[in-house]
Write a new protein. Structure first.
Length: 236
């Protein structure tokens, strides 16, 4: 199958190891002073490792076996000397974005807000909001400032509407769970369709959500746009 996978320019790589730290799947290792892809099946193609200070890493489309999360995490656990985790949110190991956490409860605790039919009136500046569903011909895109937000942001930020939606058109996507090629193609079409005034990215601090930034940059380049995306990171 043809899919995104990491490629390393060894001439640029200085062996700093930043990419190894950023890769939750353990697909990369420093071997003989250079970053190496341990195995194609360990690389999920999301590009959490692309924050290379030397610019030595990039994603390319190539023929490669399908990503095997279970095998990747088992190999990583073996190298790290830790118990072998299971894929998708195991008790130990796994993608940092899937790790279970407990936060301080909202004021009033469970049941403090009695939701009912009177609370179900949508308060959105536009619809639809899923990136894959937004038509390039939508009139609300003309002269719009797009807020490209992670799915999780709406639940993580209690003041999302007041702080982020005013003056912006919300469009949501998840680079971890959705086909990034399709997302990039759609966002490119939206940017080409009208006089987009601005693009802000609102992502979570987990590594996989960094794909939202790369998605924005990829679409801007493909659309031939001069926009400079503003990125804001919700800290967990």
């Amino acid at each position: 199958m043809k899919r995104p996978i990491i490629e390393i320019d060894e001439e640029k790589c200085n062996g700093c190891g930043q990419c190894v730290l950023d890769c939750a799947e353990g697909a990369l290792a420093i071997i003989d002073g250079k970053a190496k892809l341990v195995s194609d099946v360990y690389c999920d193609g999301l590009g959490a490792c692309l924050n290379c200070p030397q610019g030595a890493l990039r994603l390319v489309e190539k023929e490669a076996p399908e990503f095997d999360e279970k095998a990747a995490m088992a190999a990583k656990a073996l190298r790290d000397g830790t118990p072998t985790p299971q894929a998708h949110g195991a008790k130990s190991g796994g993608c940092p974005g899937s790790m279970a956490r407990t936060f301080t409860p909202l004021a009033g605790g469970p049941g403090a807000v009695q939701a009912g039919p009177q609370n179900l009136k949508a308060q959105l500046p536009s619809w639809p909001i899923q990136l894959r569903l937004v038509p390039p011909s939508a009139p609300f895109l003309r002269g719009a400032h797009i807020l490209l937000a992670a799915h999780c942001a709406g639940f993580a930020l209690p003041n999302l509407h007041a702080d982020w939606l005013r003056g912006r058109i919300p469009i949501i996507a998840c680079p971890k769970l959705e086909d990034n090629d399709l997302l990039a193609e759609k966002l490119t079409a939206l940017l080409k369709s009208g006089d987009i005034a601005g693009l802000s990215v609102l992502r979570m601090s987990v590594p996989c959500c960094g794909g939202l930034e790369r998605l924005a940059r990829r679409a801007i380049e493909a659309a031939g746009s001069t926009l400079t995306p503003e990125t804001h990171i919700v800290q967990l």
